[in-house]
Write a protein that binds this ligand. Sequence first.
Ligand code: GLY
Length: 337
Amino acid sequence: MINRRRFVQYASLGLGSLNFQSFRGKAEAHKPLVLSTWDAGIEANKAAWQILGSGGYALDAVEAGVRVTEASQNCCVGLGANPDRDGIVTLDACIMDEAGNCGSVAFLERIKHPISVARRVMEKTPHVMLVGEGAQQFAVAEGFPLEKPDLSPDAKRAYENWLKKSEYKPAINRENQGHGPFAPNMLDNGEWNHDTIGMIAIDSKGRLSGSCTTSGMGFKMRGRIGDSPIIGAGLFVDQDAGAAVATGQGEDIIRICGAHTIVEFMRQGMHPEQACKKAMERLLKVKGIEKAKAIQAGFIAINNKGEYGGYALQKGFSFAVCHAADKNFLVNAKPLI
Ligand code: GLY
């Protein structure tokens, strides 16, 4: 079960006083900062901070950070995660830098670090996105080892449970099925399970970057792809405005082009938290309140001044904020419903 760490009540920080007033001054506009989704973000942020804290590049930081989560065997990201309904783990990831360069992979099997393959797509091909067999072929050609197609013990147990009914009632990486179609991914103890790690960062030179990686919805239809590898939906970065990343029900995040929408709101001058809230309101409007109660979504954002914020559809979404080696903490995002 999720081991909750020290939380900072986001509400108590308040808009415009995010302990980062100094970011507003031009002199400290380039104070590095990294944000990532869910509790697993704490460990991921530590790896990112090793790069950011020593003056490194935001793009390197967001790749290194989420690789920690991809390598973890007890998280809903990477090869240890829940499989699709045919019992196969398929992974999606994308990455984007301050210059609008981006790379993405989707429906990728047997590769431990899809985020690094996404970066190679960005840097070594004329394309943005590779999927399935082609993405795997490219990864192998680039020297990524092809891992054994074994499920992790946790995923195997969850899949075997799911197979007892084999009902197609997908919920985002929820192991405890059976509460109706597109059931909430709320665990029996009231916690929300998480499905994705998204990370955004600003470095000491003020450069923004972002990354996003996931195994997607547990027991999904074979071939299903969510928002996470879709540039503009799961992740978007624009140096003139800010960076945003999404987690949660991918289909609904795609419907509102979540991350891009948030960045455009920041471009209009909204604070990152307001921008995330406004995008979440749009998601709620499109989904409708009754259906929205059955899903979760979370957004986080940083603007190019280093101000940050997040917003959730429902209670239970946390994100990790790190701005120093000893300042890495979880924040409870405000919920819309
Ligand atoms: N947000 C991850 C997914 O829906 O696949």
